[in-house]
Design a protein around this ligand. Sequence first.
Ligand code: NAD
Length: 543
Amino acid sequence: MPNAYFNVQEPKNEPYFSFAPGTPQRESLKKRLKELRSEVIEIPAIINGKEVKTGRTADVIMPHNHDHKLATVHLCGEKEVKMAVDAALEAQKEWAELPWEERVAVFLKAADLVTGPWRDTMNASTMLGQSKTPYQAEIEAAGELADFLRFGAWYLAKIMEEQPFSPDSTWNRVEYRALEGFIFAVSPFNFTAIAGNLPSAPAMCGNVALWKPSTESVFSNWFFMQILKEAGLPDGVINFLPGDGPDVGDPVLANPNLAGLHFTGSEGTFNHLWKTIGNNIGNYKTYPRIVGETGGKDFIFAHNSANVDQLVVAALRAAFEYQGQKCSAASRMYVPESIWGEFGEKFLAEVAQIKVGDVEDFSNFMGAVISRKAFDKISGYIDYAKEADDAEIIAGGGYDDSKGFFIEPTVILTSNPKFKTMQEEIFGPVITIYVYKDGDFEKTMDLCDETSPYALTGAIFARDRFVVKMMADRFRQSAGNFYINEKPTGAIVNQQPFGGSRKSGTNDKAGSVMNMLRWLSARAIKEVTVAPTEWRYPYMDEE
Ligand code: NAD
């Protein structure tokens, strides 16, 4: 047992490489890209530390070159789920009993592997499998993933220190137990870091997990599983179950040992999972903790005191980086008439310079969207805008899936603040702008707040301090991550804890102590040194 109090050193956010020409990191990343591209790997499930090949397979392709196969992935179903639940529950007996510092040691080591010897692999696999540019991969598949692991360890250490008051003759203690049962971690395609964190945060806390990665990001996610093994994660603690959603999800949610759901993905999927858990509630041994971060319809709202040049850069990066496939991506914008002329001209001039193409060509700012399904959905919105009377496409609007799923950065101008593309999450490189009359400023803020069911991110641009304060107050419930004179994307662990409210999720703030607390179940222990020996109370004495 521990014979000391152990400290976890307060981490620093991982710095990012620039990959500028001439840097050694650029050459090393290019070499790894070439290696990964020139082979086709097999991705099995990992259950109880063992590779399981189910024989039911799917191809993993590059979104920007869909004829190029990167891997064959084995898909799981009911049988593998049962094996994984058995393995996880067995593993939990020892894992949950292991002192917390031994558990976090595994994840601190994994973080150093991510940013050290595996960095190129994490970045290159994220670029090839998810069509991210070098910098978009670096900030998350290396940077944010390591931050999640390092800060998670540090938050857990701080939680352990939280202890209750003890009066005389009493010693009160609180211990932070793992949840009884397993956690179901279900991850989205768009961030390797989120995928890695969803099973890891609960596991650090002593839980065991069944991790269902998205089949659209399984290439990078598979390498993270290998990192965990190299870091010494015991068999069965995190079980890797690629597969189609319902094939894995249905048997998992039917299992009485479900103790929690750690989800990031779309609102529709989360609603379905929550409903299924609700329908099964009588069957579970415990009330499952439900943590889910979902969609967004993130806004930029400019006041006429905004700095136009800063607004241009913020809108361009927030709308088009990673092809608009960040949950935080700006997809609707409100611009006052008095600055629209200058803003519109500068913005469209910059958008026209964006290069879209293969992410291995480092001069490109954008790659392809993730899949044919995404391509069809996004191009459908563009076609809808082309046909509409109350909207026009003022930049982009083109798309081509002959080689990869490429969509031009597209700007829609609408006279209807409730236009379809102002309301619905598109999850692609499309931003819709509504120009408002300066005199309608307050009315337009009300519109912005009421237009979408989501409340994930939002940004305001204004120099007038009274206006900044007024807007921040007005939008209090409109976004869980709110930005002042800054783009609404790019949250950093331990700086801007991330999550939204309303239909954007449970707002348990990934990358914060608030999230870690969800994976712990406290036991309060009261010990009395000198216990009473008289059961009667003084008020009962004779007068
Ligand atoms: P998705 O909902 O299509 O899929 C997410 C995961 O759920 C995938 O692994 C998928 O296979 C799985 N799934 C689907 N049906 C299931 C079922 N019946 N049972 C079990 N699992 C099932 O989402 P996506 O396209 O991968 O990701 C994009 C969405 O994620 C967007 O809506 C985006 O806004 C959201 N997102 C939100 C955040 C956030 O922090 N709020 C971060 C990233 C992404």
